[in-house]
Design a protein around this ligand. Sequence first.
Ligand SMILES: *Cc1c(COP(=O)(O)O)cnc(C)c1O
Length: 405
Amino acid sequence: MKPTTALSTADYIALEARHNAHNYHPLDIVVERAEGPWMWDVEGRKYLDFLAAYSAVNQGHCHPRIVEAARDQLGKVTLTSRAFRNDQLPHLVKELCELSGFDMCLPMNSGAEAIETLIKAARKWAYEVKGVLNNQAEIVVCKDNFHGRTTTAISMSTEPDYRKNFGPFTPGFLSIPYGDLQALEDAINPNTAAFLVEPIQGEAGVNIPPPGYLAEAAALCKKHKVLLAVDEIQTGLGRTGKLFAFQHENVTPDLVAIGKALSGGILPVSAVLATRDILGRFKPGDHGSTFGGAPFAARVAREALKVLVEERLVEKSAELGEYFKGLLQTIHNPLIHEVRGRGLFIGLELKPQAGGARQYCEALMKEGLLCKETHHHTIRFAPPLVITKEELDWAFERIKKVLSA
Ligand SMILES: *Cc1c(COP(=O)(O)O)cnc(C)c1O
């Protein structure tokens, strides 16, 4: 075999196709390195990243401060397991609670694991506090949700592609239309433990619910003694122009799942945030994870959070998001259905007669801009939050060219 550096894009694609399960349909660019919002492929071509790894690299690729913290921690200790204590986890959970205003937190690794943890916490609360009879707890979820790919997460899904041939499914979920408060009230019964919702549905196409939805849902939950559980894995940590997207409506959920940008894209780090009344119910042996709360993960997450705050990335997302959405709204093309978004979380939905968003993403790639279609007809614009106004202008020229063609 030739040395790796001599492989072409086509060679890499062929190798991957032969040996890797085909569970994704990536754009045909093979990335070799990245810095801030930019990526370079194995042929030396340069691209602006407008996906930010589904918002896992809000702080930009290989942020020097996060990389330095990681390097330093690599020279100390990376993993203790929770069988022993380490000197980084206590700092992380304290800093996360101070930043978010919650009492307690439970660190895990992937987003899907945070969701599993959140469900276990909600069910435990329902049995121990609300008095729901054993194994009867129900969780209300929304149609077109995305909460991950574990068997329980897909049990909540209404997307046929995510579920086909993966059953049987975890019982105890009831799905209602997103944005429909009457459906929520109708779905709640004495066995309802929680309502799990994304403040903006990312994977479903940057779907923004009607104004006041989350606040009203919170009031309904409170009235019926149901926990409001919010999946902020994609929308959280600055993406929508607030630290958490639920802050757009001034609500305080009972449970929050975060992940993705919690590590600035260095490694999978997730967490559940909640009040002591909920997370305080876990006891030794209840739940765990070998890597969850590892000193390496905790050190990286601490620095990733500091970068988010000290570089004012949340505020930048709000300002630049408004600016960029305004630019996109000036494109006149009868095939565009709508441009919508909050902060730098923007969806451009095409009408069905446009023939799908994929071809536009491929055309944008040829122009040096990396976007990913979501749910067939929507192009999601979600660059790293370290992007500059000038870089957004650069991107806009290319988007305008491709969408006007
Ligand atoms: C990405 C995502 C998840 C799952 O996170 P993984 O780290 O891929 O397991 C769950 N919920 C939402 C809203 C997401 O965007």
